[in-house]
Design a protein around this ligand. Structure first.
Ligand code: ADP
Ligand code: MG
Length: 559
């Protein structure tokens, strides 16, 4: 047996590890399962290239809880380590990783802005254990090794008893961390971080019901058998080629990601790029309501199939955080704060790639099946309109497929709309005036009046529409929007007015005076005129800008 001292500059690093990562203790399991996965994948690679002359087989990773003994075991069948390797990788490499990590985060270790604490690795086990043992046997024909460390920088290393290739990590769980001896807590963590890792992870067994044999009597119980309880799906859809997946596979994966979501997504976008950065993933467009306080944090970020976070702020443009799905990229730096992230070149590229893919997908849906796209418009418009407001690049692309529905359920692109109304809806300055209603019922008589004059009326009822109209007005030269009850309508170039007033001048004056008394708000204008429709004898209008100011105050800033 040998003892040694880990080469430390800080006398005792473990209390520090505990202190700095206090809020994130649970990640130790992710780190250890990641190491077990790495060790297994390394063996796979070495056997594939003929470097390791052993059978790869069907290795799994097993997690075992020993509640009585207060121990947690993480067992893999990967490459294992020789004594030399333990000394090198555990005592030196892993440790230097831990030390580097601490030096870096001594000031801000608890900074919640840091995305993931990747990098601490093996030593994160000391956040929850007061003693850690490693029992390992290399695929090389060398004796097994038993390493043990009680949380001080001292360790022991001796020959171990282990027949099978691979590594077993044994954590002696500390008294303040006994939650990690609870089955449900371990299940929760494995499901959170390891649900899609590439090597099967076993945690206990489960009872599976088998089909009844043909000759079974009716009240014979169905036979059962105990099978491994495999926590993860090692081959999630996003790691496959889009050409190998059918629509059903995408729906099935959606349910796997969101077991509590019963509504089908509207469509998906498969992301797959390996240059100049590596990114895979699947994004889903869920049905969205008009509610602006839509719950975000639904896209999950992975690195090599290891869950990192479900807060993708700073990585995905904000308007797309309303979508669901996964993105997996090893190129997103994790040990940095979000503000740093936004300035990172790779992340910027990733963000604009995602924006472009989403725009391209929308465009192809629009082009390939316009009817279906129109049907979905109400459920997706909030994302598109928000995107047009907040991302200039997206605005340019969305011009092709953004739709403007009329009160009669016709859907026009802006270009189509322009062509349709340019003859009738211009004002004296040759400006195109687009009429719209925001509430079909409330503005019914105005809508009817406008339609009677031959004007098209759009239905614009999104909560951020006031902002979008302003954006359109500033990006197009001669354009203004006017709600059907705005005084603009009067400024439109009038077609021949053939109607004769139903009221005499005297009646008009009297009515006007009466109305002005009743309506206190002086921003309204009362116009008594012979409406071309029978819908109303008079109209009350308000300047567009006044009302829009009020609307915009209601929905806050939008871009
Ligand atoms: P990292 O995984 O980033 O290299 P860790 O601290 O997690 O850092 O692990 C340090 C090293 O210890 C690994 O690179 C690997 O060589 C070795 N190691 C850790 N766990 C295992 C394991 N289960 N099987 C084989 N080697 C391991
Ligand atoms: Mg590691």
């Amino acid at each position: 047996m040998a003892t040694g001292k880990i080469n430390v500059s800080v006398e005792n690093i473990f209390p520090l590890i505990k202190k700095f990562l206090y809020s994130d203790h649970e990640i130790f399991l992710r780190e250890l399962v990641s190491n077990a996965t790495d060790a297994t994948l390394k063996l796979k690679h070495l056997t594939a290239i003929g470097e390791a002359k052993v059978e790869y087989g069907n290795p799994i990773i097993e997690i075992k809880v020993d509640k009585k003994g207060k121990k947690l075991h993480i067992i893999d069948e990967g490459i294992g380590m020789t004594e030399e390797e333990v000394k090198k990788y555990i005592n030196e490499v892993a440790f230097s990783g831990a030390e580097e990590f601490l030096n870096k985060y001594e000031d801000g270790g608890k900074d919640t802005g840091i995305i993931g604490h990747f990098g601490l690795g093996f030593y994160s086990s000391f956040m929850v254990a007061n003693k850690v043992e490693i029992l390992t046997k290399s695929y090389k024909d060398e004796p097994a090794v038993h390493w043990s460390c009680d949380g001080s920088p001292k360790f022991t290393i001796k020959k171990g008893k282990k027949e099978n290739r691979g590594t077993e990590i044994i954590l002696h769980i500390a008294d303040d961390s006994t939650e990690f001896l609870e089955d449900h807590r371990i299940t929760e963590l494995l499901k959170k971080y390891n649900k899609f890792m590439p090597i099967p992870i076993k945690f206990g067994t489960k009872t599976e019901t088998l089909p009844k044999p043909e000759d079974a009597k009716e009240d014979d119980p169905a036979p059962t058998k105990e099978v491994d309880n495999i926590i993860n799906n090692p081959n999630p859809a996003w790691t496959k080629q889009p050409t190998d997946l059918k629509d059903e596979d995408y729906s099935a994966f959606y349910r796997e990601l969101y077991p509590m979501q019963f509504e089908e997504p509207l469509f998906h976008i498969h992301l797959n790029v390996d240059y100049p950065f590596n990114l895979t993933g699947i994004l889903y467009f869920p049905k969205l309501t008009q509610d602006l306080n839509i719950q975000k944090d639904r896209i999950q970020l992975y690195q090599n199939q290891v869950f990192v976070t479900d807060n993708v702020e700073g990585i995905v443009p904000e308007f797309l955080t309303m979508l669901r799905g996964v993105i997996d990229s090893p190129d997103i730096p994790l040990n940095v704060s979000r503000s740093y992230l936004q300035a990172d070149g790779a992340v910027k590229k990733i963000s604009s790639y995602i924006t472009r893919k989403v725009a391209d997908k929308l465009n192809s849906l629009f082009k390939n099946n316009r009817e279906d796209f129109e049907k979905k418009w109400n459920d997706i418009k909030i994302v598109i309109e928000y995107g047009m407001l907040s991302e200039e690049k997206f605005f340019e692309k969305a011009e092709k497929f953004a739709l403007y529905p009329t009160v009669d359920n016709h859907y026009f692109t802006f270009e189509e709309l322009q062509g349709k109304i340019k003859d009738t809806q211009t004002d004296k300055d040759d400006k195109l005036v687009v009429l719209y209603a925001s509430d079909k019922e409330a503005q019914h008589s105005y809508i009817e009046a406008a339609k009677a004059k031959g004007y098209e009326v759009l239905l614009m009822d999104s909560p951020i529409i006031a902002h979008l109209m302003q954006k359109l007005e500033t990006s197009k030269e001669k354009l203004s929007f006017a709600r059907v009850d705005a005084d603009h309508i009067d400024n439109l170039i009038k077609k021949e007015d053939t109607q004769i007033s139903k009221l005499s001048d005297e009646e008009k004056d009297k009515l006007k005076a009466n109305l002005e008394e009743v309506i206190e708000d002086k921003s309204y204008t009362i116009q008594l005129e012979a409406m071309d429709s029978d819908a109303a004898p008079f109209i009350i209008t308000e300047p567009e800008f006044m009302r829009r100011m009020k609307d915009m105050q209601k929905t806050g800033g939008g871009g």
